[in-house]
Design a protein around this ligand. Structure first.
Ligand SMILES: Nc1ncnc2c1ncn2[C@@H]1O[C@H](COP(=O)(O)OP(=O)(O)OP(=O)(O)O)[C@@H](O)[C@H]1O
Ligand SMILES: Cc1ncc(COP(=O)(O)O)c(N)n1
Length: 270
């Protein structure tokens, strides 16, 4: 069995962060491991508190994983402080981690800021150069380039700039554009659009986390970057189309929509 590691924050409501990542990895057939960067007290309506891991503890978590069950791919999500980012960069370099997907989580769907202002620079300088793929959404791509993104052409230009600057593939996600679910992959000087059908579902808590973990799972299984994104788009579209509706705010998706067995059947018949 291939193994994937998520390095991210915990979402107590289970729709985003570590919890979304583990559910996604399992649903995509890989063994999931997690290094927790922070606890969040969070639900579908917002984040009420954040408790960061210490850099020392994070370092021990990473040593525990990399000296035992070596991951075939690594996904990095919420890391809100520069000291934590530096530890991750150091350990990924020390252990020569492969297939690194960085989701530059800055602001939650609910509007809460999930990274401190000065940590963005450390993220860019220390972690991005180690990434095989960056998966910014449109507002994050605007922050990374200083460009305003208003059209498909702007997305291409911005993704090109980020890809050349950090020498990695970039998936600029179109979910924040009205009536759009088209994502742009820029890789090795060329680009490809992944056209997703927009699903009329307000419950999009954790879409970014889910997509990046699905891509990491596919990379762990040995698929190319393009095929990994293709399969991940398919998976997230299915999870959104299952129309789970929980909570009072922007709710989570059904990560297990494709899992059918005697245990899930039992639950469906309740
Ligand atoms: N309503 C939708 N229908 C279909 N696909 C969607 C929808 N909303 C988002 N997506 C897809 O979900 C993935 C995540 O995109 P999004 O732009 O929402 O990322 P994100 O902003 O990082 O996520 P989040 O808002 O959860 O932080 C992309 O593949 C995007 O195209
Ligand atoms: C711990 C954690 N990590 C990431 C996100 C972003 O996810 P989203 O923007 O989909 O709410 C989140 N809300 N919580």
């Amino acid at each position: 069995m291939k193994k994937a590691l998520t390095i991210a924050g915990s979402d107590s409501s289970g729709g985003a962060g570590i919890q979304a990542d583990i559910k996604t990895m399992m649903a995509n057939g890989v063994y999931a491991m997690s290094v927790v960067t922070a606890l969040t007290a969070q639900n579908t309506t917002g984040v009420s508190a954040i408790l960061n891991a210490t850099p020392e503890f994070l370092s021990q978590e990473l040593d525990s994983i990399f000296t035992d069950i070596f991951p075939d791919a690594v996904k990095i999500g919420m890391v809100s402080e520069s000291g934590l980012i530096r530890v991750i960069a150091e350990k990924l370099g020390q252990y020569k981690a492969a297939n690194i997907v960085v989701d530059p989580v800055m602001v939650a769907t609910s509007g809460a800021r999930l990274i401190s202002e000065n940590a963005v620079e450390v993220l860019k300088n220390e972690l991005f150069p180690l990434a095989d793929l960056l998966t910014p959404n449109i507002p994050e791509t605007e922050v990374l380039t200083g460009m305003q993104i208003k059209s498909a052409e702007d997305m291409i230009e911005a993704a090109r700039r980020v890809s050349e600057k950090y020498n990695c593939a970039v998936l600029c996600k179109g979910g924040h554009k009205l009536n759009d679910a088209n994502d742009l992959l820029y890789e090795n000087g060329s680009y490809r659009w992944f056209e997703g059908k927009r699903i009329d579902n307000p419950n999009t808590h954790g879409t970014g986390c889910t997509l990046s973990s699905a891509i990491a799972s596919n990379l762990a299984k040995g698929f190319s970057m393009e095929e990994s994104v293709n399969r991940a788009k398919d998976y997230i579209s299915g999870a959104l189309a299952a129309m789970l509706d929980l909570g009072r705010g922007s709710g989570p998706m059904d990560h297990g929509f494709a899992i059918k067995n005697s245990y899930t059947e039992e639950a469906e018949n309740l």
